[in-house]
Design a protein around this ligand. Structure first.
Ligand SMILES: [Zn+2]
Length: 262
């Protein structure tokens, strides 16, 4: 009996040890509970229920089925406008800036407020090199448009302040709702703050990490005179976007011209 109990305990220990080692990929999470492996306890820690983390404010407005009217989805001239979302990012924003410089074109950068606060020198560089600025919410909140108007306003103002702290004189002309999940209420708030609602007309879905050649093909196929192309210089691994842009930017320039948004 005693031997069996002992071996059961040993097996339990082994299971505990391998259990701790398995989610080694999630180093950030396991690092927060260093005591878990040190003290084998009888009852395993309960899994956090998903409702506990998502239950914030229940009263989100429903999303409209159609995009609201009044979104800018064209460059405003014959050329194509390039837009880069979710930055600034220290790995990729300098690469894109270098490419834009090389091909002698300008773009619009849709900045996330907390990224702008973290990397003000990149915001300043974007402005210094002649590009346009777009507010892309404080923390890339895809549900922002469904929140109360006061919350939307506070988010956009906070984001503008972070951008202005880095580039005090640069105009922030545009606002783009993360994920394109617009609501009419949000458009009203944006306009009250002097921000024009910027959508897009060409989306190669580079956020999903397709290979560079797929990004190039999708942009080439969908672009027309006056297109607004959506790309990302942050928010994940953008190696493929960086590679695609080396072909895509000169191609668009040759076919349509690359223009500033108007
Ligand atoms: Zn975004």
């Amino acid at each position: 009996m005693r031997v069996r109990a002992l071996s059961a305990f040993a097996l339990g220990l082994v299971l505990l040890v391998t259990g701790c080692g398995e989610p080694g990929k999630h180093t950030e999470k396991s690092a927060t509970s260093p005591s878990a492996s040190a003290a084998p306890v009888a009852t395993p820690a309960p899994k956090p229920s998903p409702t506990r983390t998502t239950a914030t404010k229940p009263e989100l407005r429903p999303l409209p089925k159609k995009l609201p009217a009044g979104l800018h989805r064209a460059s405003g001239s014959a050329g194509v406008a390039l837009t880069f979302d979710d930055g600034p990012d220290p790995r990729y924003t300098p690469q894109i800036l270098a490419q834009l410089r090389k091909f002698r074109v300008t773009a619009t950068f849709c900045l996330v407020g907390k990224q702008a606060k973290r990397y003000p020198h990149l915001v300043a560089q974007i402005v210094r090199e002649g590009h346009q600025l777009c507010n892309h919410s404080w923390r890339h909140d895809v549900n922002l448009g469904r929140r109360p108007a006061a919350e939307i306003r506070a988010d956009l103002v906070r984001t503008n302040q972070a951008i202005r702290a880095a580039a005090p004189k640069a105009p922030i002309t545009w606002f783009r709702q993360p994920g394109g999940r617009w609501t009419a209420e949000e458009l009203t708030v944006a306009r009250q703050l002097g921000l024009r609602p910027l959508h897009w007309s060409v989306d190669p879905q580079d956020w999903d990490h397709p290979p560079a050649k797929t990004i190039i093909k999708r942009v080439a196929r969908a672009s027309r005179h006056g297109s607004v192309v959506l790309l990302h210089d942050a928010g994940g691994d953008r190696t493929q976007t960086m590679a695609a842009c080396r072909r895509l930017i000169p191609d668009l320039k040759r076919r349509y011209g690359v223009t500033r948004l108007r």
